[in-house]
Design a protein around this ligand. Structure first.
Ligand code: VG1
Ligand code: CO
Length: 543
């Protein structure tokens, strides 16, 4: 087998965003695009020579082709071993687990996560470091820098490798080890949670609907929920990964998981509804007639984690991304846990987890996870909910009511304005940023601004600094608005407006968040001039 050296030129824009490099699938399929970026990853980490890597993806269109290319490039560059999920599948948390437990040099995950898939939709590539977590900023910067000077890439001339079933083969001098994508992950879950108790819950007639959205979690959810825990067949719906996710937008929120929402709001709804995203790191939790916001879910899990065997000793601390509601802060304070606030994106939790400062982390975007891996983990969060329901005997609505009675309620909603002109969105943010100093002490939507600033984060472990991580405006009475531009989109700009307000008045706990947040919604538009600048009078997505 010959190593071919292909001459290439740098391609503009190969800069990883919030989570890896995401582009239209056709861009990735274009001449040299994928190869250039993979070469940049190898160059950015000091070469693939002698390394052991993990490889897998969420099964979206081009996943299988890209995996073959990466295997040939890894082999051409002297990788010692590549551990690949059968079918080139691995959920993001399962990949993180393998990277860690097999003591590898990192891994490549093929996914654009919650973005739709297919030839006309999105594809993505991300690199995770040996701790199992998303590459931190210094590494993504090195990869980007390498992409700007790549002049050739090395690839082995060979046939495709059979990835359909577990086993070992060689490609040049590289061992390709195909593994069952589910086995190690399922074993890990069994160590963390009380499977006997959850199985007893199902045996007692507990009903659940898990919507895998035709994405990568299907095989994991079927094996664990229906296989090991004895939930009836059919508990997992849309449970087979499809290249285009069957046309679904695999983002587990009330808008895109509408089928599930409808089932949970109907008469005779199951006891628990859940969904996960394209690559299996996000989760949505719904009870009968009760949507649990991700920020509340994080707070509930922080307050109840000790009920699960893997967390029986309590939590070292908790962390949340800045735009996530402050519900979890209240739990941390009440229980005396350390607490950290980080920028958006899981990569910022890595150091805190590695350093043993926190056990549990979460983001408002339906991401929750713990020190068991270094990624957020959708099915893990669902299993933790199942464990807590089994241990307490409560229903989801009861859990929420009790939580709010103890801590008060943080009303929360995120309003997304998608596909904006990037110039207009950038100017909106810039103009608001320049006015931040003058906003404090002024009144908007009938509420007084207490403080306004741009969030920057100093990592307490390695001292690195991340600037320009969102504009935040804090109001008297506990209200808050955060403005941020998305770093995962592939066309135009997406403005995210994060809205929250707090009440400890039990009479208000049942209010519709969109109603409760009306003053914040009005203030957001007045402050940033959203309608006037973008022509949009309503967000595209409210979660
Ligand atoms: C979004 C979310 C962020 C999450 C990221 C990756 O980023 O807001 O919380 O970590 O997606 O999630 P942004 O920059 O678009 O706001 V995943 O499940 O798409 O890897
Ligand atoms: Co994801």
């Amino acid at each position: 087998m010959d190593v071919i050296t292909v001459a290439t030129d740098p391609i503009e824009g190969q800069k990883p965003g919030t989570s890896g490099l995401r582009k239209k699938t056709r861009v990735f399929m274009g001449p040299h695009y994928l190869e250039n970026f993979v070469q940049a990853i190898f160059d950015g980490i000091g070469g693939a020579q002698g390394k052991t890597l993990v490889l897998g993806g969420d099964g979206r269109y081009f996943n299988d082709r890209a995996a073959q290319v990466i295997l040939r490039m890894a082999a051409a560059q002297g990788a010692r071993r590549v551990i690949v999920g059968a079918g080139a599948l691995l959920s993001t948390p399962a990949a993180s687990n393998l990277i860690r437990t097999r003591r590898t040099d990192g891994g490549i995950i093929l996914s654009a996560s919650h973005n739709p898939g297919g030839p006309d939709e999105d594809f993505g590539v991300k690199f995770n470091t040996p701790n199992g977590g998303p590459a931190p900023q210094d590494v993504t910067e090195r990869i980007h820098a390498a992409s700007m000077r790549v002049s050739d890439y090395r690839i082995l001339e060979s046939q495709d490798i059979d990835l359909s079933r577990p086993g070992e083969t060689t490609l040049g001098a590289t061992t390709v080890e195909v593994v069952d994508p589910v086995a190690d992950y399922a074993a890990l879950m069994e160590r963390l949670f009380d499977f006997d108790r959850i199985a007893a819950l199902f045996a007692g007639g507990f009903r659940m609907r898990y919507d895998a959205m035709n994405a990568v979690t299907g095989p994991y959810a079927r094996a664990i929920l229906e296989g090991r825990l004895g939930a009836p067949e059919g508990t997992v719906v849309n449970g087979h990964p499809l290249p285009d996710f069957g046309g679904m937008h695999p983002d587990p929120n009330p808008i895109w998981a509408k089928e599930l929402m409808d089932a949970m709001m109907a008469e005779g709804a199951p006891d628990l509804g859940a969904a996960s995203d394209g690559d299996g790191d996000r989760n949505m939790i719904v009870g009968p007639h009760t949507y649990v916001t991700p920020s509340d879910s994080l707070a509930v899990l922080a307050a109840n984690a000790h009920l699960c065997p893997g967390y029986a000793d309590g939590l070292e601390g908790v962390a949340r991304s800045m735009p996530t509601s402050r519900a979890v802060d209240r739990v941390a304070q009440a229980r005396g846990m350390a607490f950290y606030e980080t920028p958006t994106g899981w990569k910022f939790f890595g150091n805190l987890l590695d350093d043993g400062r926190v056990t549990l982390c979460g983001e408002e975007s339906a991401g929750t996870g713990s020190a068991h891996v270094r990624e957020k983990d959708g099915l893990w969060a669902v299993l933790m909910w199942l464990n807590l329901l089994a241990a307490t005997g409560k229903t989801v609505p009861r859990v929420m009511a009790d939580h709010w009675a103890e801590f008060g309620r943080d009303f929360y909603s995120r309003h997304d304005y998608e596909g904006l002109d990037a110039g207009v969105a950038g100017k909106l943010m810039e103009d608001l940023r320049l006015r931040l100093d003058d906003i404090a002490g002024t009144e908007w939507g009938g509420r007084m601004v207490e403080a306004a600033d741009e969030f920057a984060y100093d990592d307490p472990v390695d001292g690195s600094r991340a600037e320009a991580q969102g504009l935040r405006v804090r109001f008297s009475g506990g209200g808050r608005i955060v403005f941020r531009l998305s770093g995962t989109g592939t066309s135009g700009a997406t403005l995210r407006v994060y809205l929250e307000d707090y009440t400890d008045d039990p009479a208000r706990f049942g209010e519709d968040p969109q109603v409760a947040l009306a003053p914040m919604i009005a203030a957001a538009d007045a402050l940033a001039g959203i309608a006037a600048r973008t022509g949009r009078t309503a967000p595209d997505v409210r979660t």
